[in-house]
Design a binder for this molecule. Structure first.
Ligand code: MF3
Ligand code: CO
Length: 283
């Protein structure tokens, strides 16, 4: 499940280059979220992200990846991940998950956010916030050289905790298992897989130099999903809405650094008692 493949460990200098890629992705997502208004097409969002990435001298990593035709993945409502941007117009209340990757000098950043367009159904707002909290719980669990399985435990606990607090009307959320986080560095997808749920295999030790993309996908109904005939778009079987959040995180010997967060993750990590690496002060 976690495999025994070799995990690429990064030097601090390499992490600094990944931070440049991460900041381009953060900027592209910020601009894209601002453009996610009623009437905009998902292709409009793609154009916004492409412009930011190119203007920073970076390269979109999704475009051409296994033939993928766009800069972003834009997944609306019951679409979970890998939605292809096109002519669909966003309307008020849509749940939009936007996933973006960029490469700088051969090093990758990968991040996703979910937002509700305009005024939100409270249950959709809760879905988006629960998924965001699950992401940060999973990220914080990387600290202290645990086994990698700590991420999935923290994600699952966070989602269950939210329901226990009354989120989703007390109805269990679905936690999608078919897609996982991943190692990231000189390629977008590297070993190890980063699972979003608890398993018996506790996984490899989390060590300084690892860079990992953590990316929980949470749905309001059943976790069962399938791929559409376009061979990309992943949707929920029951049509319930989904959210997806992702960050690229560097594990360093004195703390974490969330490379795709504008603040390096400082606010969310400090709220969870996790130190931000001093490497973050070198920029
Ligand atoms: N960013 C996705 C991930 O988080 C992968 C996108 S698939 C692509 O792993 F083909 F669009 F690149
Ligand atoms: Co990813």
């Amino acid at each position: 499940m976690f495999g025994r493949e070799r995990i690429e460990l990064k030097t601090p200098e390499q992490v600094l280059v990944m931070r440049r890629a991460g900041l381009v992705v953060a900027e592209a997502l910020r601009a894209t979220v601002a453009a996610a208004v009623p009437g905009a097409t998902t292709a409009d969002l793609d154009a916004v992200a492409a412009e930011v990435i190119r203007s920073r001298g970076a390269t979109p990593s999704f475009l051409g990846y296994h033939g993928y035709p766009a800069t972003l993945c834009v997944s609306v409502d019951e679409e979970v991940v890998h939605g292809i941007p096109g002519g669909r117009r966003l309307v008020e209340g849509d749940v939009v998950s936007i996933d973006c990757g960029a490469v700088v000098d051969g090093w990758h950043g990968d991040s996703a956010v979910s937002v509700v367009v305009g005024a939100a159904d409270p249950l959709d707002a809760e879905l988006v916030e629960t998924t965001r909290q699950a992401l940060w719980a999973g990220i914080a669990a990387l600290h202290g050289e645990p086994r990698l399985g700590a991420v999935g435990e923290a994600v699952e606990d966070a989602v269950e905790h939210a329901v226990g607090q009354g989120a989703n009307g007390g109805v269990p959320y679905g936690l999608v298992e078919e897609y996982t986080g991943h190692g990231i560095g000189t390629a977008m997808h590297q070993p190890p897989d980063v699972l979003n749920y608890r398993t018996r295999d506790r996984g490899p030790r989390v060590r300084p130099g690892m860079c990992l993309a953590v990316e929980p996908m949470v749905v309001r109904g059943s976790a069962a999903v399938h791929e559409l005939a376009d061979e990309w778009t992943v949707v929920t079987d029951d049509g319930s809405r989904a959210a997806h959040w992702e960050h690229t995180v560097a594990v360093l010997d004195d703390g974490l650094w969330v490379l795709t967060a504008a603040d390096g993750g400082r606010a969310e990590l400090e709220a969870r008692g996790v130190p931000v690496s001093a490497l973050a002060d070198r920029t």
